[in-house]
Design a protein. Structure first.
Length: 195
């Protein structure tokens, strides 16, 4: 998937004019790409559309107009765009009550180690590769960036309506399996197409 450049972004004033319609379009695009794994985990698969939106919103929030800071954002967010043969995702540990932050995050210490999160397609598994530096022995971030390597057999299974595709998590007492909808599979399959 092609990385983003300055040419893919709109100046803030221009973006502001069409923001409401663009935002609705992006939220619609993201809907089949967001998979809930139980009550506390959500995984959103990222692509050029989701990352363009993130950068545009960052530019808007921080009133970025100079090229250098925008290029810094491009460098950061381009790492979340999948490479060929990959899917890329952001995992959120969703905390709705402030008084439960410490307890809930503690529950997920160890999530980034071993094979606790995987995508399964046609009987094959791809284990999530977590970005380093977002957890320690006694702390964990609520946001994680993940890559899944997708060999050609798994890519074919994603496109095959007869093959079962699921996203899975196993943290001992937090174990969930979510079967992907046809719409989700189609959306993710597009990420694997050559540019």
């Amino acid at each position: 998937m092609k990385k983003l450049t300055m040419d893919d972004l709109q100046p803030i004033a221009e973006y502001e004019l069409g923001r409401d319609a663009y935002r609705k379009s992006v939220l619609s695009h993201k809907q089949p790409r967001r998979i809930n794994l139980g009550p506390d985990i959500a995984v959103t698969f990222e692509d050029r559309t989701t990352m363009t939106f993130q950068i545009q919103e960052m530019m808007r929030a921080e009133t970025m107009t100079a090229q250098a800071p925008i290029e810094e954002e491009l460098d950061i967010y381009n790492t979340l765009i999948p490479e060929p043969g990959q899917l890329s995702a952001t995992l959120f540990i969703e905390i709705t009550q402030e008084d439960q932050i410490k307890e809930l995050l503690h529950r997920f210490i160890g999530l980034t180690e071993g094979n606790r999160l995987w995508l399964e397609a046609g009987g094959q598994r791809s284990y999530g590769q977590f970005e380093e530096g977002r957890s320690t022995e006694d702390q964990i971030s609520s946001v994680h960036y993940i890559k899944f390597d997708i060999p050609s057999e798994m890519a074919a299974a994603l496109e095959n309506p007869a093959a079962e595709v699921s996203l899975n998590i196993d943290m001992g007492d937090y174990r969930y399996r979510e079967t992907l909808t046809e719409e989700s599979r189609r959306s993710l399959s597009r990420d694997l197409l050559p540019d």
